[in-house]
Design a protein. Structure first.
Length: 483
């Protein structure tokens, strides 16, 4: 794991302590500094030509002061000491205007009991530096990807592909005297393909994203993306809109985990519960689904988009069980909510950049395998009439009530335990807590999806999601009116 020294930001340890002292000088209980040096590179290909690209950078420091639950935040777009002093005083002044409950932030002092410090190489070691990867090589990859997709299906009329990578050097220091750093690489390739047949058009979207180096740009990645881009396109042209109604739904392993992320994961984030805005705010320690179901938010999966060696508050990455054997056992905490509830932070304090204060956010959220060894076919066989969902998109969730609506991108009708008609233009409508309690069975085929998932809760954050195949009863399918 690459170590970033504070000297990279032209500061000394003594200056860090001085900044913390200034930040706390107006009565704050907690202060932290977040230094960031980020670089981005991107290429875009359309009409078989790499048409645009660019390099971007961002550099600065955010300073936060907490007085109970009141947050004061300020940032500087440089690490000039005078500018940082002004930001520290500004953040302290904002926080001092708060009032209310005093919190004990010492519970977050590392090492947190039961949490391991990231391994020596971290959760995202790089085999090949992005800085050593020529732009011509990356451009050639997109050109070959375009050619390969077009060769696989004569109906392809347009391919739009993008390739991007970023590297971020961050250093964090707080009023507990903890100094941590992280080097975060992130590479992504996305492809949208448009097909035309008989005057009708259909599209597919596929992507891959990993926290790793340029070694991800390979022939195997090219084949993965191109084969998925054209997979099952015949079915998309054949799909029809089914009758709607209340029925059972089987969700395919992998990308269906976006429903778990949106409809349930957000409701487990501790800020919503601390403010009593979540439907789960009074359910800690209570059963929320049947025995044997475990729901996890995990920062420790090697190379995954949502993994973190440390969160943006300097807390070590860890695996957090939100639901254990069907019982709600933990929220996802930043340092504020952890102090509020009197527990250790779970490493979920995340921010988009140094311009934002950290808030509880997911990392890699998934449901673990069921214990019964069931397969996807076993789940489908249990359904007399229902829907099999391969992929969701465009979801909406009400955190307080737990109500959700998700558009089905692809799937099938299930009749008498068999997949029959391909379906389109269908919404799955339900309620998060109710859907949890209505899970009939969980298969043993967990997939954590590697697509370019980005969560947009106030700020953007790279995340991962996944699940095994699951069978859920009593969901509403918004199709044609059923007589």
């Amino acid at each position: 794991m690459q170590q970033i020294d504070i000297e990279h930001f032209s500061l000394t340890p003594q200056q860090l302590d001085s900044l913390i002292g200034e930040a706390l000088g107006q009565g704050g209980q907690w202060a932290d500094l977040y230094f960031e040096d980020s670089r981005w590179f991107d290429l875009l290909m359309r009409d078989s030509q790499v048409s645009s690209g660019g390099m971007h950078s961002d550099f600065g420091c955010g300073i936060r002061v907490l007085c109970g639950e009141k947050t004061g935040y300020a940032y500087a777009e440089s690490t000039d000491y005078a500018s940082l002093l002004d930001a520290a005083r500004c953040a302290g002044s904002i926080a001092s205007q708060g009032s209310g409950r005093s919190l004990d932030f010492s519970l977050g002092k590392a090492p947190i009991k039961g949490v391991e410090v990231p391994p020596k190489k971290g959760y995202y070691p790089m085999e090949k530096s992005w800085d050593e990867c020529p732009a011509a090589f990356l451009s050639s990859f997109l050109t070959r990807l375009d050619e390969r997709i077009r060769s696989l299906d004569a109906r392809v009329v347009k391919v739009v592909a993008s390739l991007s990578y970023s590297t971020s050097k961050v250093v964090m220091y707080n009023s507990l005297g903890e100094l941590t750093s992280d080097f975060r690489p992130l590479g992504s390739v996305s492809v949208q393909t448009i097909f035309i047949q008989g005057g009708q058009s259909r599209s597919s979207s596929v992507s891959q994203s990993f926290r790793c180096g340029a070694e991800m740009i390979s022939d195997s990645l090219l084949e993965n993306l191109s084969s998925r881009a054209v997979k099952n396109i015949d079915r998309l042209f054949e799909a029809r809109r089914p009758k709607g109604g209340t029925m059972s739904v089987v969700m395919k392993a992998g990308a269906s985990g976006i429903l778990l992320h949106e409809a349930m994961g957000h409701a487990f984030e501790a800020d919503f519960n601390r403010k009593e805005q979540s439907v789960f705010s009074s359910m800690m320690g209570k059963r929320v689904c049947r025995e044997g179901i475990n729901i996890v938010d995990d920062a420790t999966l090697p190379g995954r988009r949502g993994s973190l060696n440390y969160d943006d508050e300097g807390v070590p990455g860890q695996k957090t069980y939100m639901v254990t054997d069907g019982v709600l056992t933990s929220y996802l905490h930043d340092r504020i909510s952890a102090a509020f509830y009197g527990v250790a932070p779970t490493g979920n304090g995340r921010r988009e950049s140094f311009r934002y204060n950290p808030i509880p956010r997911m990392r890699a959220t998934y449901m673990e395998n069921g214990s019964g060894g069931a397969s996807l076919d076993d789940l489908i066989a249990q359904v007399d009439k229902g829907v099999y969902v391969e992929e969701f998109s465009n979801g909406e969730v009400k955190i307080g009530e737990g109500d959700f609506t998700f558009y089905v991108r692809s799937g099938y009708l299930i009749e008498n335990g068999r997949l029959t008609m391909p379906i389109k233009d269908v919404n799955v409508i339900g309620n998060g807590p109710r859907a949890l309690s209505d899970i009939r069975e969980v298969a043993s085929d967990l997939i954590v999806d590697n697509s370019t998932w980005t969560c947009g809760k106030e700020q953007s954050a790279a995340v991962s999601c996944g699940m095994p195949s699951v069978l859920i009863d009593n969901l509403t399918i918004g199709g044609e009116y059923a007589e």
